[in-house]
Design a binder for this molecule. Sequence first.
Ligand SMILES: [Zn+2]
Length: 124
Amino acid sequence: MTEAARTCSGIALEDLGAIRDRVRLRKPQRVTFHSWAFHQLGTFLAYKARRAGVPLVYVDPAYTSQECADCHHIDKNNRVDQALFICRNCGVVAHADRNASRNIAARGEAAWIAGRESRVPATP
Ligand SMILES: [Zn+2]
């Protein structure tokens, strides 16, 4: 958070409701734990971001772990295992979490820019 404030950047998070729904479909027994954890994390980050004056946006989490952050090719086979990402299109090799976080950051930036533009009155 200090890093985000110092560098005048923002923070993007996957939409929490959608994550909870995805988890529920896969592992019913763990729903309570996951939804509690994600909710706590989101609330905590929102509080810290507001105090630090750092923009916080929630983004559509669809395919963030399957999309290549470099060429934006989406393929479920890109995600080799929990840790490894190899793009089937451009061949880039990355840590899966690092790749997904780059996608989330890019979507956050796009959402932030779109939000700013939407507040500009439309010209007739
Ligand atoms: Zn790629």
